[in-house]
Ligand binder design. Structure first.
Ligand code: S3P
Length: 168
């Protein structure tokens, strides 16, 4: 089906919050990729990275996206690395529109500061490291996106409204 929304972007850019808002207020079905993977594996993301390794986690992401191709009216909150793999992007394009959410490194740092659930940010919670990883990923994010929505200083309501207005 092709009427789903895939929210991509850097860790802490607000994908899960926006997806949850679209679920609560606009009646979409929401899938949070990290939560779905954790549930299926019976392990946290941190445990998967530590015990199985990042490549195994990346396979789980692709596997999950494959299973989502016949869902409808669903907003998928993608893990921040999911758009780094071409196969994943093809699966997303097949299922609907790809929405890139952006935020400045300062905003990201504020949002992730007290949260240790993201292995790639542990030991890198500073503006320089966040900016460096963000810049490394930016070309892939921008190439994949059908639309882009800024999130700095904006409410979830404003962000959701812009997503819907640009996608419908
Ligand atoms: C990752 C982002 C995380 C999670 C994992 C790896 C990444 O998801 O999938 O920690 O590579 O950017 P969020 O973007 O939802 O934090």
């Amino acid at each position: 089906m092709d009427n789903n929304l895939y929210l991509i972007g850097f860790m802490g850019c607000g994908k899960s919050t926006a997806a949850d808002y679209l679920r609560r207020v606009h009646g979409m079905r929401a899938v949070e990729m990290d939560s779905a993977i954790e549930k299926k594996a019976g392990m946290t993301i941190q445990q998967i990275f530590a015990e199985k390794g990042e490549p195994a986690f990346r396979e789980m992401e692709t596997e999950l996206l494959r299973t989502l191709t016949d869902t409808e009216n669903t907003v998928v909150s993608c893990g921040g690395g999911a758009a780094m793999r071409e196969e994943n992007i093809q699966l997303m394009h097949k299922g609907g529109k790809i929405v890139l959410l952006t935020a400045e490194p300062e905003t990201i740092l504020e949002r992730v500061r007290g949260d240790n659930s993201r292995p790639l940010l542990n030991g890198h919670k500073n503006i320089e490291d966040i900016r460096a990883l963000m810049e490394k990923r930016r070309p892939a994010y921008e190439a994949a996106a059908d639309i882009t929505v800024r999130t700095d200083g904006r409410t979830e309501e404003e962000i959701a409204a812009e997503i819907l207005q640009k996608c419908l």
